[in-house]
Design a protein. Sequence first.
Length: 189
Amino acid sequence: MARERGERSDRSHDRNQDSEFIDRLVHINRVAKVVKGGRRFGFAALVIVGDQKGRAGFGKGKAREVPEAIRKATEAAKRSLIRVPLREGRTLHHDIDGRHGAGKVVLRTAPAGTGIIAGGPMRAVFEALGIHDVVTKSIGTSNPYNMVRATFDALKKQMSPRMAAGKRGKKVGDILVRRPEQVGEIVEG
């Protein structure tokens, strides 16, 4: 079926509909299957999707062509979105670590102006989430799939003071630690 001149494709319409999300291609893996006539190549893609306001997800897709694998991975990522509470919309509420397989990641909150200090796959996750200040360390594997899964494992454990207070049956003010510079006291040393 040939398209008429000036007619839009379904793909461009779909892209405008989901313009709130950004997607980052993290990794493409090429695999070969040896058959009688030679090799048949396939591709696997890992994609991170997020709205830069605290929601992100990851997905993987496999296909014979790269664009099709990326499309499948993007759709899978949109189905697996999680919400992460952010402090001041720029960093994490507390330090946390996550694991998946041999991969372990440590995520630390950071003061304003620090930036995203993270390796490749983890950096894509934080950019998609909208986190501006974070310090991370990946321990163990450098496999992008396991690093992304470990990062999402840690982010699922992230808890805001409101969530912690609700879980413990207390008020938010009861569980927050007052720092001397917040109260205006002078610390003598």
